[in-house]
Design a binder for this molecule. Sequence first.
Ligand SMILES: Nc1nc2c(ncn2[C@@H]2O[C@H](COP(=O)(O)OP(=O)(O)OP(=O)(O)O)[C@@H](O)[C@H]2O)c(=O)[nH]1
Length: 353
Amino acid sequence: MNAGTLRGAIPLTVLTGFLGAGKTTLLNRLLKEPALQRSLVLVNELGEIGIDDHLLAESVDGDVVTLAGGCLCCAVRSDLVDTLADLVMRRDEGSIASFDRVILETTGLADPVPVLHALQAHPLVQMRYVLDGVVTVVDAMTGRRSLAEHEEARRQVAVADRIVLTKTDMDEHGEAGRATRDGIRALAPLVPVLDMARDGASASQLFGVAPWGENVRASNLGEWLGSARSSEVPAGHEGDIRSAVLWSEAQLPPQAFGMFVDLLRAEFGPRILRLKGLVCTTDDPDRPVVIHGVQHIFHPPRRLPAWPDEDRRTRIVLIGKDLDGEAVIRLYEAFADAAAMPSVDPLLAPHLS
Ligand SMILES: Nc1nc2c(ncn2[C@@H]2O[C@H](COP(=O)(O)OP(=O)(O)OP(=O)(O)O)[C@@H](O)[C@H]2O)c(=O)[nH]1
């Protein structure tokens, strides 16, 4: 979403998770919290009737809008962005109650990637909403199996900013939960995993995590990117979805950084489910540049006020389908190496590797 138009943008959280994982249960708990009193919930139900104005007006009064007629990731995608655009216009006019946050609950079979894509592609939606994050609910008891068997489940975990593990109260010996955590780690190595029974999964743990808000806190950034600070985080895979983490001490000149991002999009874009990173550039090493991409659509790079912690290395988390993370890491290193050679123009870097 456009970083230049964030003032007053409404945070939007995508709540996803496989069939029966516990999305609605979590949502109902969250909506009791005072912090979420002015939230608007969009629910995508399979097989319901489509939205009409009457339904929309009625539903908005109850703060829940049902998006219907198909799965959000395919049939309802245009309904979603049109609805979001319409809602914000009505909010501005005062014809519906004001809301200061949107929570979008997907169906269990939704692939969240096209949803994120659609949110970034619509001009008004891009201007008035800001993706606060993807919260993915995973059933501790059945999660391992769902991840092994269902691409949608893998993609839901792969793009998450926060994962909530449910039903650990049913996991007597902890074995199912451990196996599910292993599956999650392989896909989303840095993403915080909250155990609903133990950690609570409150609004403050799940919302306000994106680094593009107006009053971004340094601690948010670390959380957004992932809790682990070690460079020992292993790359992993589950099925054909792979994760890789790049850590580098090398700083990129701004020009080389721009070219790195362009090449990344062009070469690897279709295979990137999600990419998040902080990059150290030579012109302002104290203020990292945040990059965020869903497939080939990248959020305009934004310079942050500070690093989230004392570690100033570039770090990029990459999750993709059939994505060669090592190749991306080599690409970054090629730019960094070329930039470090005083006689070589960074523009030539791609031709050197
Ligand atoms: N024991 C236990 N049951 C849970 C927990 N979370 C959810 N459930 C139960 O799991 C079932 C499914 O929960 P929902 O919240 O409807 O799951 P959902 O992800 O919204 O389901 P769909 O919309 O059908 O995909 C319900 O019977 C819940 O009561 C949990 O942490 N522990």
